[in-house]
Write a protein that binds this ligand. Structure first.
Ligand SMILES: Cc1ncc(COP(=O)(O)O)c(C=O)c1O
Length: 406
């Protein structure tokens, strides 16, 4: 697949949005969907639909096989050791809640500490916050440096003998910083601390290798990976899935149910209670095939060039202040313009078909630290081009004229 032709795989770009060609710079929020994924959902519902893991009729067995095939594709895509280490969830949010709740229930006591960072999305803060209330757990936060990064040293400083979990993002959805997960995990493991990684912003953009990273848990959001909404993935080392209690109870996750008690099903069924997101899981296999066809190495090279170009363009625009300057930056550029509220910027850009996000991006702790209530954010997907940044810049110049800024 030629990276220059990738946009053609996404039907949304064939449409005019308010009479404009769409310049979609909001993929960190959610990515657009290639035709193969949309078609797969339609075909499944119209020609192949059945629930999975229950009936023995032809459609049910075929659907179950397709569902399980996606699990194997995900395993290979992230180089997990075993397919049973892949649990489907409703989103990355649910994946993190699953770990916080089950790990908290089994292992945490009053006074234990969970170490987060100032970069975390609310999805990797609120689930741990619940443990403050229910278990008397203390939350600590590793500080960002002036570049908007979290370093090994900033983590090391906050580890104490009470630290019982480190939960941190792989790639910040605001500063774009890519965190050194492998070395942080090495340090954590040398102190017997498990590590949960929020991989929402890394999985669509970086080549992942769970065995190399060696983290204990990794949460993925499928709708940011050119896949359907309502689907996430929890990667967890097998020993954790065996040791931790189930998260939700219901059909599909049990082995035997008696009035006197219950035994739970094998992995990963133990964590997939009730009717699952069958169509989404089956269609997500197409997202992975799409990314494999493009090649994650090509995705990384393409996006690196673009993000460098985007930074160059926005740095030349004297009103734009970029947030963070990480040495290792992913596909996110957040910025402010003095004298303009980010919501005004986003609204004016939208008139030109330029879709960005404005707000706190579910990172209020980080915005507080930066002394901001909100910022504007341009984020990339495989379909973006240099032209998109030129259009972003000329729309920003239009904003400046409207607000009479220099
Ligand atoms: C860094 C980060 N973590 C977690 C989430 C939540 O993911 P999901 O929508 O799959 O629950 C998001 C989505 O915005 C995110 O950007």
């Amino acid at each position: 697949m030629n990276i220059d032709n990738i946009k053609k795989e996404f039907p949304i770009f064939d449409n005019k949005i308010q009479n404009n060609d769409l310049v979609y710079l909001d993929s960190a929020n959610s990515s657009q969907k290639p035709k193969v994924v949309v078609d797969r959902i339609y075909d499944f519902y119209t020609k192949e639909f059945s629930n999975v893991g229950r009936s023995v009729h032809y459609l049910a067995v075929a659907a179950t096989n397709m569902y399980e095939n996606t699990r194997v594709s995900v395993q290979k895509f992230i180089n997990a050791k075993d397919k049973d280490e892949i649990v489907f969830t409703k989103g990355a949010t649910e994946a993190i809640n699953l770990v916080a709740s089950t790990y908290g229930q089994k292992y945490l006591k009053p006074g234990d500490e969970v170490l987060l960072t100032e970069l975390e999305h609310h999805s990797n803060y609120v689930p741990w916050h619940y443990l403050r209330k229910s278990k008397g757990v203390k939350l600590e936060f590793a500080d960002i440096n002036d570049e908007g990064e979290i370093t090994l040293e900033s983590i090391e400083k906050k580890i104490t003998t009470k630290t019982k979990m480190i939960a941190l993002t792989h790639l910040s959805n605001v500063t774009g910083a890519i965190l050194p997960i492998k070395v942080i995990t090495e340090l954590a493991h040398s102190k017997n601390i498990p590590v949960l990684v929020d991989g929402c912003q890394s999985a669509p953009h970086l080549k992942l290798d769970m065995q190399d990273l060696d983290c204990d848990f990794y949460a993925i959001s499928c709708h940011k990976m050119y896949g359907p909404t309502g689907l996430g993935i929890l990667y967890a080392k097998k020993k954790w899935l065996e040791e931790l209690p189930p998260y939700q109870g219901g059909g599909g996750m049990i082995r035997e149910v008696k009035k006197e008690g219950i035994t739970y099903g094998d992995l990963p069924n133990k964590y997939e209670a009730g009717t699952m997101q069958t169509a989404q899981v089956i269609a997500f296999n197409e997202s992975i095939k799409f990314l494999n066809t493009v090649g994650m190495k090509n995705v990384m090279e393409h996006e690196k060039k673009l993000i460098n170009y985007g930074q160059e363009v926005l740095r030349k625009n004297n009103s734009v202040k970029l947030i963070g300057n990480p040495k290792n930056r992913g596909a996110v550029l957040s910025f402010t313009i003095e004298g303009m509220h980010p919501h005004d910027i986003a609204t004016i850009l939208d008139e030109d078909g330029v879709a960005i996000r404005a707000g706190h991006h579910c990172c209020q702790i980080l915005h507080d630290k930066l002394g901001l209530t909100a910022s504007a954010r341009a984020s990339l997907g495989v379909y973006n081009t240099k032209d998109d940044f030129d259009k972003l810049n000329s729309s920003i110049n239009k904003c400046k004229k409207i607000f009479e800024l220099k």
